[in-house]
Design a protein around this ligand. Structure first.
Ligand code: C5P
Length: 238
């Protein structure tokens, strides 16, 4: 199974379907985020998954009281997505409720249970921001703490930046999903990402999945860009 998830960052249904069809044969799945969900809703998610014939990673970063997050996870289950994000800072009870809801929703709707991924510390926050919201300004410490809590609370993995992979593999063991954005193939610029790594480097560090957006979607030929990255990882047939 290819580790590549393509970030379909658009509000346009037509654009999303075009990218989904182009890259579908070469990747492991597609990531749809809040901007797409806000404009196209659950129906849009379902359509894009069908067009790509690949698993969907629904990156909606849920964060609320346990009952509400659980209800949202259950309500989304009929979409048959493979992964969904929730904020680990929502706490153990919230994460446990979400994990139970994923199992319940899968049972109710007759689908495979989605895997839950924790969001630890947003990469847009630095030490000053962390202090301002009353959290540990040592971002690495806070990331490790939240990843451990996510694992203890029944989550399947976390989203993390490449520089965090080595530490988190030690903390979480070999089977935890580490879904890693900020990936740039050699020769592609950094865009607004800082401290990027190549797909090969991220896998060598211990990533299990890679989130790659613009190097594929903004390429002249997104299908070929996805195929080239897949070849560089030795996963030609997704
Ligand atoms: O285009 P690019 O490859 O930079 O897209 C990366 C995707 O991963 C985007 O959807 C972005 O929101 C997401 N992401 C990220 N950095 C994080 C978490 C998520 O770039 N720390």
């Amino acid at each position: 199974m290819s580790p590549i998830f393509v970030a379909i960052d658009t509000i346009s249904m037509d654009q999303a379907l075009t990218w989904a069809r182009a890259v579908g044969p070469y990747v492991g799945g597609l990531k749809l985020g809040l901007e797409f969900f806000a404009n196209n809703g659950p129906h849009g998610v379902h359509e894009v998954g069908r067009a790509a014939e690949k698993p969907i990673f629904l990156d909606v970063k849920l964060h609320d009281i346990p009952n509400t997050v659980a209800a949202a996870v259950r309500a989304l289950c009929p979409l048959e997505f493979a992964y969904i994000t929730i904020h680990a800072s929502g706490g153990e009870e919230m994460m446990r409720a979400a994990a139970e809801a994923a199992e319940e929703g899968a049972e109710i709707y007759g689908v495979a249970p989605p895997k839950l991924l924790g969001v630890t510390v947003l990469t847009s926050l630095d030490a000053t921001d962390m202090l301002a919201v009353g959290q540990d300004p040592d971002v690495g410490t806070q990331v490790g703490r939240l990843a451990s809590l996510a694992k203890e609370s029944g989550l399947d993995g976390v989203v993390c930046a490449a520089p965090e992979i080595t530490q988190l593999r030690t903390v979480t063991g070999p089977d935890f999903v580490l879904m890693v954005p900020g990936i740039r193939p050699a020769g592609w610029g950094e865009d607004d990402q800082k401290r990027t790594v190549t797909p090969e480097q991220a896998m060598a560090l211990g990533a299990s999945h890679l989130v790659i957006g613009r190097p594929i979607t903004q390429a002249d030929d997104p299908g070929e860009a996805a195929a080239a990255i897949a070849r560089s990882l030795g996963v030609e047939a997704a």
